[in-house]
Every structure is written in structure tokens, then in C-alpha cells.
Ligand binder design. Structure first.
Ligand code: HEC
Length: 97
């Protein structure tokens, strides 16, 4: 199901808008270009703000190992170790839904 997102991806990235959060941990700004920290109308990219940190960490591990198929996230997840992923996940979890 995630693979079906690929054709529309370029336009989705443009819709996502700029990152706004000031106190985000290192690396979080590499996510917010696509996963907006605030609610964005009509974005097809799954929202992370307000999600449970452990769920975000689990997704990132599975993307990195290839256990969970993705169009993009597998490559992105490889750029972050567990510690960085946990800090980013905790930050997203603390953002308002
Ligand atoms: C270039 C755009 C882009 C960037 C940058 C990006 N993501 Fe994603 N993310 C996606 C897309 C698209 C999906 C849907 C799965 C797929 O096709 O890869 C996704 C899915 C996810 C999911 C699964 C959510 C769900 O409910 O299915 C998580 C968790 C996630 N990303 C975390 C992150 C984190 C953390 C970062 C920063 C380190 C990040 N993403 C950076 C585009 C991006």
C-alpha cells in the first residue's frame, strides 16, 4: 500500500512546507520537510506529530532493516542510529497533534 504513494511524491513534498520547530533535536529537520510538525491539509504523508515515540522508533527500525517495505523511508532510516531516532521520535511525540 505504501508503494502506491510514489507517483504523487514530488507534489506531496512541495505541499509539506517548511520546518518551523525551534527546539527540535539534531536530525528532526530532515523529517519535518515531509512530515510536517503541524497539521497540514491534504498531505498524504503520514503524520508523526503526537504519535507514540515507541511506534515511530519501531517503524524506523523496520524501515532500516527492510522488514517493512517503503518507497523512501528505508533509505532515510539508514541515515539515523537508534539514539538519534529515539530523540527525534520523542520530539515528534511531544508536538501537538
Ligand atoms: C522525502 C520525504 C520524507 C522524509 C524526509 C522523511 N519521511 Fe518518513 N515517510 C515518508 C513517506 C512517503 C512515508 C510513507 C512510506 C514510504 O513510502 O516510504 C513515510 C513514512 C514514515 C513513517 C511511518 C508512519 C506510518 O504511520 O506509516 C515514519 C515513522 C516516518 N516516516 C518517520 C520519519 C522520520 C523519523 C524522518 C526523519 C529522520 C522521516 N520520516 C523523513 C516521507 C519522508
Amino acid at each position: 500500500m505504501h508503494r502506491a504513494l510514489l507517483p504523487g511524491l514530488a507534489s506531496m513534498i512541495l505541499l509539506a512546507g517548511p520546518a518551523t520547530a525551534a527546539d527540535a533535536p539534531p536530525g528532526a529537520s530532515s523529517c519535518t520537510g515531509c512530515h510536517a510538525p503541524k497539521k497540514v491539509a491534504d498531505s498524504v504523508i503520514p503524520r508523526l506529530a503526537g504519535r507514540k515515540a515507541e511506534d515511530i522508533v519501531t517503524f524506523m527500525r523496520d524501515y532500516r532493516s527492510g522488514a517493512w517495505p517503503s518507497s523512501l523511508m528505508g533509505r532515510i532510516a539508514k541515515g539515523f542510529d537508534d539514539q538519534q531516532t529515539e530523540a527525534i521520535a520523542a520530539w515528534f511525540a511531544a508536538q501537538p497533534e
